[in-house]
Write a protein that binds this ligand. Structure first.
Ligand code: NDP
Ligand code: MG
Length: 370
């Protein structure tokens, strides 16, 4: 019986994690649940799962020691606050972290990568939940990645794959939140529409798997059946496939190295019904934000943190109706041109860069209103 703490339990990943727990009451006992402000749903979850602790952000839930008294911590919060979750969990000796929150790795950069590496040597597992990274993690199983040549992350293309970018300026929030294959939180849905999500996933892959920039490619694959591909030096390519259902990578991160049945995993893929799996290149003209992510990754240092923080501010402003969709690009671009780069040496340096980037983004958002 594993004791599991779910941080961000009221969100898309959080509630799907609880679905996995519900299916396997013999394997898991919920020890803690946290949310930002959705007290009603958190209360209902606490009544059902009876954790020793549940709390909201106003109670400083993510910094409470009892939250990390667990065998597995599921980092399902959204935004760069996830870096504190990762650091807290590792420092408090949690042995297994199911990491959905990609912003933790993007913001944490070299610092987060080194922290994870050092803990891995002590038998601590940080297992990605993001479907692409779960796929790569599974493709590398039984191999330490020594002969890995490159990874190819698949992208559904999001809601605007076929949209003429000239018409993007006035897209409504409702169109952005309508993802073709996944039902997700508002922040990641917006990131999928701008392709910042895929850009952040490229950065996440670099730091999680210790890859060089040029070892990470992206291909658009609208059916979302192949979740990513690992290419080895002999020309062999391994892909992980399933119907798109986040319960599958969530369950894998909870039961690794074992596998359990959950969600759609009991349903074999009907290849004859699928008929074809298709692929096409990702257009940086169509998705200029993707280029900004690559640019931040190439710059390294605290620039990926600046990217994550600027994006979070820009997306919040878009969702609040304060800026237009295409201005998300302008804000990230402006912030990347404002922040002075330096190494992502330690947590404090990253927190300073994050605050600077948020300040610069807020200033830019105000300027757009003048
Ligand atoms: P949601 O917005 O649906 O849920 C976010 C959760 O985190 C909620 O429980 C929310 O609480 C809580 N939360 C939000 N902000 C804070 C904060 N500042 N402090 C503490 N808690 C907070 O997001 P998703 O579940 O879609 O995504 C979570 C993470 O997983 C993201 O980093 C995303 O990129 C990643 N991910 C998600 C996928 C998906 O399919 N949804 C796929 C791959 C990765 P409240 O409800 O009270 O606001
Ligand atoms: Mg993903």
């Amino acid at each position: 019986m594993k004791r599991i703490a779910i941080l961000g339990s009221t969100g898309s990943i959080g509630t799907q994690t609880l679905n996995v727990v519900r299916r396997h009451p013999d394997l898991f006992k919920v020890s803690a649940l946290t949310a930002h402000s959705n007290a009603a749903l958190l209360g209902a979850q606490a009544a059902e799962f009876r954790p020793a602790f549940h709390g909201l952000q106003k109670d400083d839930a993510l910094n409470r020691p009892e939250v990390y008294d667990a065998d597995i911590v599921v980092a399902a919060v959204t935004g760069t606050v996830g870096l504190s979750v990762l650091v807290n969990a590792l420092k408090r000796g949690v042995k297994q972290i199911a990491l959905a929150n990609k912003e933790a790795i993007v913001a944490g950069g070299d610092y987060a990568a080194a922290l994870i590496r050092n803990h891995r040597e002590k038998g601590v597992n940080v297992i990605p939940v993001d479907s692409e990274h779960s796929a790569i993690f599974q493709c590398l199983r039984g191999d330490e990645g020594r002969e890995l040549k490159r990874v190819i992350l698949t992208a559904s293309g999001g809601p605007f794959l076929r949209r003429d970018p000239e018409t993007s300026e006035n897209v409504a929030k409702e169109e952005v939140l309508k993802h073709p294959t996944f039902k997700m939180g508002a922040k990641i849905s917006t990131d999928s529409a701008t392709m910042v999500n895929k850009g952040m996933e490229v950065i996440e892959a670099k730091f999680l798997f210790g890859l060089r920039n040029e070892q990470i490619d992206v291909i658009v694959h609208p059916q979302s059946v192949i979740h990513s591909i690992a290419e080895f030096t002999d020309g062999s390519h391994f892909a992980q496939m399933s119907y798109p259902d986040m319960e599958i990578p969530i369950a894998y991160a909870l039961t690794y190295p074992d596998r359990v049945v959950t969600g759609m995993s009991a349903r074999p893929i009907d290849f004859a019904a699928l008929k074809a799996l298709t692929f096409e290149p990702l257009s940086e003209t169509q998705f200029p934000c993707f280029r900004l992510c690559r640019q931040a990754m190439l710059a390294g240092g605290v620039m990926t943190c600046a990217l994550a923080a600027a994006d979070e501010e820009a997306v919040a402003a878009f969702l609040a109706g304060a800026i237009r969709f295409t201005q998300i690009y302008d804000i990230i671009d402006a912030v990347l041109n404002t922040i002075k780069n330096r190494p992502a040496r330690d947590f404090e340096e990253i927190m300073r860069a994050e605050a600077e980037a948020r300040g610069a983004a807020a200033e830019r958002i105000r300027a757009l209103h003048k």
